[in-house]
Design a protein around this ligand. Structure first.
Ligand SMILES: Cc1cc2nc3c(=O)[nH]c(=O)nc-3n(C[C@H](O)[C@H](O)[C@H](O)COP(=O)(O)OP(=O)(O)OC[C@H]3O[C@@H](n4cnc5c(N)ncnc54)[C@H](O)[C@@H]3O)c2cc1C
Length: 314
């Protein structure tokens, strides 16, 4: 097999787990090479090398405000330069947009929401809100595949040499959009929702108080998610919404507290490996998909869980 080009947009170390997962999948197919839309430091390049990356493509000139259109133009040129057998990206909104735009530029098929890629480039993806898995394959051009986080175990870093670095000249993308301002995203110190291995999510039942959920999430090193009822009420930011019109998540553990389990909520979380539901109502639909259920008041159950974790760790 030839090279597999991984699009990684990581301004600084440490390498996020999602990036290391993409590299592990690339290495299972061929030689991992990376396209980075920003010039990387020697340290970051060396870290990519330790994760098996043999070649690194960067733009010859800084991209204008690193817009999605410019990232796609760069990635298309990197694909032309590297001639890979496949291109892998993450599955965030932005990565999927980069994939789509690159697919159009190269006349290549794009598969999103993948959870596995076999060495013969057949792709497994979850469809219909995670109710089914399907196997598919790109028939036209270089396959461009976006892969959900938490799909594989990332490989540990080795002793490999730093990758060979190549510069790619990116054609002008035109004035599609101009960035007029930027504001810092509030940093919680918790993992990104769609990459988190543990999520503690709350709904209308939290009644405006996410405190007990945040406490448990922090003890478990997890992220805090929410139902639409909770985000619409303004109790937590919209980026925390899980579901059909929010984020699709696949953590190892999803703790659902005070969420009824409407179909639109399930659509975003039912592929979680283990689902624990806490609800006062024993007939709540969330119990239909829960692996473990607690019928009770979340304000009593969550602090007890947190206390027990602390006690066992002590
Ligand atoms: C087009 C469309 C898209 C949508 N997209 C989404 C989406 O992306 N994500 C999403 O979540 N929803 C989405 N919805 C909304 C969805 O249909 C539900 O209305 C929503 O999920 C309900 O949120 P909830 O479970 O928090 O609230 P409720 O359905 O009101 O449930 C609250 C639950 O909390 C329990 N409870 C109350 N107090 C406590 C307590 N102290 N302890 C324990 N349990 C308690 C109750 O028994 C109840 O089961 C969408 C709807 C539409 C029409």
């Amino acid at each position: 097999m030839g090279s597999v080009l991984v699009f990684i947009d990581v301004p600084s170390l440490p390498l996020p787990r999602a990036a290391r997962e993409l590299l592990a999948i690339a290495a299972s197919i061929g030689d991992p090479v990376v396209a980075s839309p920003r010039p990387l430091s020697e340290e970051t390049a060396a870290e990519l090398g330790r994760h098996g990356v043999v070649e690194l493509y960067e733009p010859a000139q800084p991209l204008p405000d690193v817009l999605v259109a410019a990232k796609a133009a760069f990635l298309a040129e990197a694909v032309r330069a590297a001639g890979p057998v496949a291109v892998l990206l993450g599955n965030s909104f932005e990565d999927r947009e980069v994939a789509a735009r690159t697919g159009i530029k190269l006349g290549s098929g794009v598969i999103t929401d993948a959870v596995a890629v076999a060495p013969d480039l057949s792709v497994t993806k979850s469809v219909l809100a995670g109710s089914f898995t399907s196997t598919c394959r790109v028939e036209t051009g270089v396959p461009i595949i976006t892969i959900k986080a938490n799909s594989v175990e990332p490989a540990p870093a080795g002793e490999n040499a730093a990758p060979v670095r190549s510069l790619v000249t990116v054609p002008e993308t035109g004035p599609a959009a101009t960035v007029t301002g930027r504001s810092e995203k509030r940093v919680s110190g918790r993992p990104e929702l769609s990459e988190a291995r543990v999520i503690v999510a709350g709904g209308r039942g939290v009644d405006g108080d996410f405190g007990p959920l945040e406490e448990l999430a922090d003890l478990l090193g997890g992220a805090v998610g929410a139902s639409r009822a909770a985000t619409d009420a303004g109790w937590i930011e919209h980026s925390a919404q899980v579901g059909q019109t929010g984020k699709t998540v696949s953590p190892q553990l999803y703790i659902s507290a005070g969420i009824s389990g409407a179909i639109q909520q399930k659509a975003g979380m039912q592929t979680a490996k283990v689902i624990v539901a806490i609800n006062k109502d024993s007939d709540a639909p969330v119990f239909e998909i829960a692996d473990f259920g607690v019928v009770g008041d979340l304000f009593s159950v969550l602090p007890q869980a947190a206390e027990e974790i602390r006690r066992r760790r002590a």
